[in-house]
Structures are given as structure tokens and as C-alpha cells.
Design a protein around this ligand. Structure first.
Ligand SMILES: Cc1cc2nc3c(=O)[nH]c(=O)nc-3n(C[C@H](O)[C@H](O)[C@H](O)COP(=O)(O)OP(=O)(O)OC[C@H]3O[C@@H](n4cnc5c(N)ncnc54)[C@H](O)[C@@H]3O)c2cc1C
Ligand code: SF4
Length: 534
């Protein structure tokens, strides 16, 4: 189907495709270079401005109304586990929790250290300055953990969010179990920062922070647009990239959602694909032509392959301690103790993070007792008081899953968008080593939770495994060898000198902790190289 009739041409030095958090990092860095014309193209809509968010939150509370209207595109329902359907200015990070740990040094050397997966072409030390840069852009509030577990070149830009009374108690419990824990780093202002308010820690972040204390990419876009350092073109879908005989990308071909019959041709010296783990590979595959039937940047055949993420095991633990649930419930303790482990003598492989939260699970007032008998009046209060003499903790460990090559994004011939372009299809698959270790790994984690409960004189109430892979990444993995990777360590595609892919898609493996800070650090590292090309 081809119903495009008119054409506009727009020129820039750098054309960034997508306006999520990784695109915001690249534009932030390039935007410092005066005289560079940066155009950012976003398929989705703009988001409500900060001054409307208190009212949006109120309507959410009163009427259960979505405070983020139009944050996804109709007609883009795809097959496979999608982290979120959000497509709009700021991308998924308009809804994120702002949890921002770094990977650990081992994550970049899995093959060398443990004999599983693949090594990255960069080390933790290469990324350390870019981690710091990302932490500064977002204003990360963090506590330095024990340096042997939590290495970093420089201190966090903001002091840690203080631990609540509950987390202080739970930290003592973890310590009895021999686990050193500290405050999870967060993209929430522990003091006013960069023109944004201090987080008041009253836990209304989900689904909207009404005061802008949590970093989201719209703040970067507002500034760049206001200062005329970048142009943001919304409601505009890039459908394909075209390449000349020398392999240089010459144009991004796009269409506006509200003027679908007009083709817009973006010409630029450099093109940056920042569409996240789904749409980056999708755009490269969709840009196939007679010369490149496999799509762009795909001489290795690896575009869309090695999608990665981590699974988790979680449990609720009853503890003989008085807790007061509801004090900033989403903030947690974290440790990297189990990410920094040596190779096991038995050849098995398990690395994971560990977090502890207060929980109100089973702690609310109720009308019926355990036997199902109706309670009335003072009996309700008596029962409630009795049950809250003990506290409940939630514990969760993300563990490392090694991706298989067939963990992949492909084009779905059966589902098409309004222009007739195939939508993507996703399938996450573990490498054989992770398939073999899965039930053993999950048993190990359940046994750890049992040991922790015992150390605190408590019991595990229940445990569960989330079957999806969180913080998905991959699809255009980086490497030094063009035969086994899509980009170099800077995100420059091996096949096309002026085409970069940034952030999540370039990851080789997904570590075992929240990964967006790493996507941002990688994007800032890419931006350093992109700046040299314009
Ligand atoms: C509810 C929720 C909570 C989360 N909490 C955390 C957390 O606490 N910590 C953490 O580390 N991570 C968290 N995440 C994950 C985090 O939000 C993502 O990893 C991150 O936002 C991904 O950013 P990105 O730039 O890679 O891609 P995206 O956010 O997906 O942005 C890509 C953008 O590009 C646009 N686009 C794509 N293709 C095209 C095209 N062809 N033309 C035009 N535009 C295009 C899309 O519309 C989209 O807006 C959370 C995610 C969700 C959904
Ligand atoms: S706790 Fe409140 S102020 Fe802090 S980030 Fe969440 S919603 Fe914003």
C-alpha cells in the first residue's frame, strides 16, 4: 500500500530518531555544541506539561483517569512480551520508577570470568565517567556502598534519599543475615536540583510525579527546545532509512500521523537511531531494499538478535519486628554482594542483585479472620493490631539470563501499520547455559530468602517468579568484530559510517539490575563520538 502523495525536505546536521531517555542524553550532549542543527523525530504525542500534573494526579485519584493521555499509538499492538506500549515524547521513562543502579564490572566480562555469554568490547572503567555524566544530567541521589562492592570514580551528585524507619530496621535484619545493604540510587531529587523540586518522599510516583522531583526526559527536551538547541518533531514516524552507493545513510523517510499522505524526507550528516530495544532493530530491518534484503547495518545477520533482559524471584517475609507500612514504600535497600562473586568450582553460574522493601502485604484491616468468620467492631481492631505486631518485607533478586542468538525481533508479515509496514514480533529465548541452570538458579534464590528469614527469626510467606525479562535490551549488540556484532563500542554501525544506534539495543548482555542508567551512560559515550562526526 502506498498512498503518500506530497513530499517535504528538512535538513539537519544530526537527525535523532526517537525522543526517549537515551535520545535525550545524546541531544543534551550534542546540544552543547552551538551551531549544530539537531532534529529529533518522535512518532508519539507530546506529554502534558509539569504545571498540569497535580490536576492530572487528582483526576487519576478521583476518577481513575489515565494521567498520561495519548501515550501510545493505536495500531501498534505487537506479538511478544513488550515492556510497555508507551510511545511519546520522553518514551518509557515518562513512567519509570527512576531506579538507577550501575552494572558491576563483571557484567562486561562474563565470558572471560565465568565462561558464559559474551564479553563486551568495553570495560566498566571505560563507562565510569559516562555513568557519572548520566547521574549528573538526571540528578541521581545515591549512597556509596562499600567500595569493593560498589566501585565508582566520583561521588554521586546528590546525597542519598534518606532511609525510612522501616528500611533502617530491615537493613539491620539483612546485616544479621550477613548481607551489606544500602540506599538504592534514584533519579529523584534529594534536594532541589537543576530547577526541579526536592522529592517529598510521599510515594505518589506511580503513575505520575506531580512536582517534577523525579527526572524524566521531557525536562531535557523542554530546555533544549526553549534554548533552540534542538528541534522536536512529534507525531512523526520514521518509516525507513535510505543509503547511497557508498553505504552512507542519506535520508530518513517519515510521515506525520496527522498528515499521512505527506512524505517527509530528513537529510542529515549523521543519523542516530534511539528507538529503544524494539523500534531500533525494527527500523533497521524495515529499511531493507533490493541491495540489502536483510535490512540496514545487517551484514552480520544480527540485527534483532540476542534480545536480553533479566528474570526475578521475589518473596514476602514475615519478621518479628514492628514496621509501619506506607512510608515511601517504593524506595528500597540494595546490595551488589551477589553480583561480584567469583567463578564457582562446580562450573555453575549465578549472579543476582538483591533488594528489600517494606511491604503492607497482609497487613490491612479485614472483616473475616483466618477461619473465614465475620468480625465486627472492636474485634476488627484487635485482629489488625495483633497482625501488625510483626512486619512484612518484600525481597527480590534479578538474576542474570544469558541471551540466545534466537532471542529475537523479526518483522511480522501478518501485522502492518497504517502505511502497510510490517510490525515487529518479539521472542525472548535463554541461551542453553541459562536454560540448563534456570530451575537451579531459582531454587538457590528461594533458599537464600529462607536463610534470610531464619536469620531474622521470620518465615517466608510466599515466593514467585516473574516469567518476563525486565529492562529489555539488545538487538544491535556492540562488538569489535563486524561478523559478530552490529555496532562498534560507540554505537556506530559497522556497515554505515554515519549511522549510530544508541543505548539499550547495543547491550551485549543485560546484567542483573535495573539497566536504564547503563543505557544512558552508553548513549553519552556514543554522543562523544557522534560529536566528532558533525
Ligand atoms: C512502568 C515502568 C517503570 C520503569 N522503571 C524503571 C526503573 O525504575 N529503572 C530502570 O532502570 N528502568 C525502568 N524502566 C525502563 C526504562 O523506562 C527504559 O529502559 C527506558 O525508558 C528506555 O529508553 P529508550 O530511550 O531506550 O527507549 P524508549 O523509551 O522506548 O524511547 C524510544 C522512543 O522512540 C520513539 N520511536 C521509536 N521508533 C521510532 C520511529 N521509527 N520514528 C519515530 N519515533 C520512534 C518511540 O515512540 C519512543 O518514544 C521502567 C519502564 C516502565 C515501563
Ligand atoms: S515521592 Fe513524590 S515527589 Fe518524590 S518522585 Fe515520587 S511523586 Fe515525586
Amino acid at each position: 500500500m502506498n498512498f503518500l502523495r506530497t513530499r517535504r525536505v528538512i535538513e539537519a546536521d544530526v537527525c535523532i530518531i526517537g525522543s526517549g531517555i537515551t535520545a535525550a542524553m545524546v541531544a543534551h550532549k550534542l546540544g552543547r555544541q552551538r551551531g549544530t542543527k539537531i532534529i529529533v523525530i518522535e512518532a508519539g504525542d507530546d506529554v502534558p506539561p509539569l504545571h498540569q500534573r497535580t490536576a492530572l494526579r487528582e483526576r487519576f485519584m478521583a476518577y481513575d483517569e489515565n494521567p498520561w493521555p495519548n501515550d501510545h499509538l493505536d495500531g501498534y499492538e505487537i506479538d511478544g512480551p513488550l515492556q510497555s506500549r508507551s510511545m511519546g515524547v520522553g518514551g518509557l521513562a515518562m513512567h519509570w520508577g527512576g531506579v538507577t543502579p550501575r552494572f558491576s564490572p563483571e557484567d562486561f566480562k562474563l565470558k572471560s570470568l565465568y565462561g558464559v555469554g559474551h564479553d563486551w568490547p568495553i570495560t566498566y572503567d571505560d563507562l565510569d565517567p559516562h555513568y557519572l555524566e548520566a547521574e549528573q544530567v538526571m540528578g541521581i541521589a545515591g549512597e556509596q556502598g562499600p567500595p569493593e562492592m560498589d566501585p565508582r570514580g566520583k561521588p554521586f551528585p546528590l546525597p542519598a534519599l534518606p532511609l525510612t524507619y522501616n528500611l533502617e530496621q530491615l537493613k539491620g535484619w539483612a546485616s544479621k543475615a550477613g548481607i551489606a545493604m544500602w540506599s538504592q540510587p534514584s533519579a529523584k531529587n534529594s534536594r532541589p536540583y537543576d530547577g526541579r523540586a526536592q522529592c517529598c518522599r510521599n510515594d505518589t510516583c506511580s503513575p505520575i510525579c506531580p512536582i517534577g522531583a523525579k527526572y524524566s526526559p521531557d525536562f531535557t527536551w523542554n530546555r533544549l527546545v526553549r534554548e533552540k538547541r534542538a528541534e522536536l518533531h512529534t507525531r512523526t514516524m520514521v518509516r525507513r532509512l535510505d543509503v547511497d552507493d557508498r553505504g552512507r545513510v542519506t535520508r530518513a523517510v517519515a510521515a506525520r500521523r496527522d498528515a499521512p499522505n505527506t512524505e517527509i524526507e530528513y537529510r542529515a550528516k549523521t543519523f542516530v537511531v534511539a528507538g529503544g530495544y524494539v523500534w531500533s532493530s525494527h527500523l533497521l530491518l524495515s529499511s531493507r531494499d533490493a541491495k540489502r534484503p536483510q535490512g540496514l547495518a545487517n551484514s552480520s545477520g544480527l540485527v534483532g538478535k540476542y534480545l536480553c533482559g533479566h528474570r526475578n524471584v521475589q518473596a514476602f517475609v514475615s519478621l518479628p519486628m514492628k514496621l509501619y507500612p506506607g512510608i515511601n514504600e517504593q524506595h528500597s535497600l540494595v546490595t551488589k554482594q551477589f553480583m561480584r562473586v567469583p567463578r564457582r568450582a562446580d562450573g555453575k553460574y549465578l549472579r543476582h542483585d538483591l533488594r528489600i522493601w517494606e511491604s503492607s502485604s497482609g497487613q490491612g484491616a479485614r472483616l473475616r479472620d483466618d477461619a473465614g468468620n465475620l468480625m465486627l467492631g472492636d474485634d476488627i481492631l484487635k485482629d489488625w493490631r495483633k497482625r501488625t505486631e510483626t512486619g512484612v518485607a518484600r525481597v527480590r533478586a534479578y538474576y542474570d539470563v544469558i541471551p540466545d542468538k534466537s532471542s529475537e525481533l523479526t518483522l511480522d508479515a501478518t501485522k502492518k501499520n497504517a502505511w502497510g509496514d510490517p510490525l515487529p514480533k518479539l521472542a525472548f529465548r535463554d541461551a542453553p547455559e541459562s536454560v540448563a541452570l534456570r530451575s537451579w538458579s531459582e531454587d538457590q534464590l528461594r533458599a537464600l530468602f529462607e536463610r534470610m528469614a531464619k536469620a531474622g527469626g521470620g518465615t517466608v510467606l510466599r515466593s514467585s517468579v516473574d516469567n518476563f525479562q525486565d529492562h529489555p535490551a539488545g538487538g544491535c549488540r556492540m562488538g569489535n568484530d563486524p561478523a559478530t556484532s552490529v555496532t562498534d563500542s560507540w554505537g556506530r554501525t559497522h556497515d554505515h559510517e554515519n549511522l549510530f544506534v544508541v543505548g539499550a539495543p547495543t547491550c551485549v548482555t543485560a546484567s542483573s539490575c535495573n539497566a536504564t542508567l547503563t543505557f544512558c551512560a552508553l548513549s553519552l559515550r556514543s554522543a562523544e563520538q557522534i560529536a566528532k562526526s558533525v
